[in-house]
Design a protein around this ligand. Structure first.
Ligand SMILES: C[S@@+](CC[C@H](N)C(=O)[O-])C[C@H]1O[C@@H](n2cnc3c(N)ncnc32)[C@H](O)[C@@H]1O
Length: 284
């Protein structure tokens, strides 16, 4: 309730369209609590290499075959929560939410992000948000919400030197690809294991995009996808076009050896032609 009251106060103060109703819709939804549980569970597996579900092929679950045993999930969640709470910090980074003052989809995505940050509490060291289309009004609203604002368009090439939840809902392939490349290019791919990426399903991207096209537009997604753990986000929010086709992706430490040898052959910085309309390049 304290969180909701804070939002009411801030939303009022910022005079934005980020309304109390949007926040409440997210906070009180099954969607948020289920997705939060999934994130915690993934973070735990990422951290201690204690994967309970076997190989990555078994781990990928589609929306249709995803059966959630509530009792089991609750026990797992409490376990995961206890482990995360007693241990490690996490940084939140978001690209590509879009114009949340004028767009309902972006507004709910931002509400989700802020709710996630608040639920993580002191474990969340900061919440950084960037989209080159943000207006100055939107930037000032984000400041009111205590978000870290980046002024530089780094084209997604962020090195995750600390454990990071990257939230990139419905972004262009190049943005995902650059984030993967930057971390794959770290010594021994170490930074890849700090990255938990919530964005469009890589499994679906690989299945639905012709291989030659993917090679040009998202070669690191293509190359790394077999080694990525992926769990589909259940799209059970009231509005079906806000969190659709999202998945949580991360790398299990047991894959490090195979990843290092796979990437030593090709870890060149990706180059794109100008076809990706959803990707805005840096002007520098
Ligand atoms: C397809 S839109 C998705 C918007 C919103 N998240 C949604 O689900 O409707 C892609 C978003 O990525 C943003 N974007 C493009 N290039 C970017 C970059 N270099 N860094 C961060 N965001 C970028 C665009 O401005 C746009 O808001």
């Amino acid at each position: 309730m304290k969180v909701i009251t804070t939002y009411l106060y801030l939303a009022h103060r910022s005079a934005s369209n980020l309304t109390m109703a949007d926040m409440q819709d997210i906070l009180l939804s099954d969607f948020f609590s289920q997705t939060y549980d999934q994130i915690l569970s993934c973070l735990t597996q990422m951290c201690d290499g204690n994967c309970t579900t076997g190989g990555h092929n078994n781990f990928v679950q589609s929306e249709s075959d995803y059966t959630y045993d509530k009792e089991y999930a609750r026990a797992e969640q409490e376990d995961a929560q206890a482990k995360v709470e007693t241990r490690r910090d996490v940084y939140i980074l978001s690209y590509g939410i879009g114009n949340f003052i004028s767009c309902l989809i972006a507004r709910y995505q931002l509400a989700f992000l802020l709710a996630l940050r608040d639920r993580l509490g002191a474990e969340c060291t900061a919440c950084e948000v960037f989209d080159p289309v943000f207006t100055s009004h939107e930037r000032s609203v984000l400041k009111t919400f205590n978000c870290v604002l980046s002024s530089q368009n780094e084209e997604g090439k962020r090195l995750c030197s600390v454990r990071t939840i990257a939230f990139l809902p419905h972004c262009g392939k190049a943005l995902y690809n650059n984030l993967l490349w930057r971390n794959a290019a770290s010594p021994n791919c170490d930074s890849l294991f700090n990255l938990l990426l919530i964005g469009n399903s890589f499994q679906h991207m690989v299945e639905r995009t012709p291989s030659r096209q993917l090679q040009k537009t998202a070669n690191f997604v293509q190359q790394l996808q077999p080694y990525i753990r992926e769990i589909q986000v259940d799209n059970n929010f009231t509005h079906k076009d806000i969190f659709n086709d999202l998945a949580i992706h991360w790398f299990h430490p047991s894959q490090q050896g195979v990843l290092v040898s796979c990437l030593e052959r090709n870890c060149e910085e990706p180059v794109y032609d100008n076809c990706d309309v959803e990707f805005i390049r840096s002007k520098d």
